[in-house]
Design a protein. Structure first.
Length: 200
């Protein structure tokens, strides 16, 4: 297995084998049924191109009141639990006793992207953030701990896992674009990114 370290982000290429990727997508179906994807807006009212939902005791939301973690889906129901298959990846990669309390599910359809940002709405930055990519390839950009400056990009493919932790926990990152149709994992194409975090 290939492991890259780019600016402190640990990238485990092909961490999830293809048969297990299929099982992960199956495990996500009930999550998406209980907590359908929604289109968040930024505080200034701009629509984000990514659609999202969450599993766990809290989920990340963004609307006219800004971004934050909430115990419920915008429609009012509590988020469904994080599937065991996903928690297993967290424990296999991080080796931590503690489980994440939030799994953000981002869906990138054709043309979707995510601007450069830090993950900083959590209480304690000593816990890492772990991301799992499924479906189409995505061009991931890694910056610096302050906004701006030179960046480096890497294509993330289905099954790749990224750990953002240690001194890189607050490094800016974003997703420039996807190669729509590059994977056949998701029936309608596109890319899913799961982000596991310890929020509280
Ligand atoms: C994120 O930073 O929330 C998403 C990163 C990705 O889609 O790979
Ligand atoms: Mn992020």
């Amino acid at each position: 297995m290939v492991r890259l370290n780019i600016r402190g982000f640990e990238i485990h290429k092909c961490f999830v084998p293809s048969e297990e990727q299929v099982l992960l997508v199956e495990a996500l179906r009930p999550v998406l049924k209980a907590a359908p994807l929604f289109s968040p807006t930024t505080a200034s009212g701009k629509n984000m191109s990514v659609r999202m939902t969450s599993a766990g005791s809290c989920g990340w939301v963004s609307d006219k009141n800004g971004y934050r973690y909430e115990p419920r889906h915008p429609k009012g129901r509590a988020w469904p639990p994080i599937p065991g298959e996903i928690l297993q990846i967290w424990s296999d990669v991080t080796g931590l006793e503690r489980e994440p309390d939030s799994c953000l599910v981002n869906y990138y359809g054709e043309g979707a992207r995510m601007g450069m940002h830090q993950d900083r709405d959590e209480a304690d930055f000593s816990w890492p953030v772990l991301s799992v990519s499924l479906g189409d390839d995505g061009l991931f950009r890694i910056g610096n701990t302050e906004r701006g400056g030179k960046t480096e990009s890497v294509w993330l493919s289905s099954g790749d896992v990224v750990v953002m932790g240690g001194p890189a926990r607050l490094t800016y990152h974003g997703l420039d674009r996807i190669r729509f149709g590059s994977s056949r994992l998701l029936p309608k194409g596109g890319r899913l990114n799961l982000t596991l975090r310890c929020v509280t």
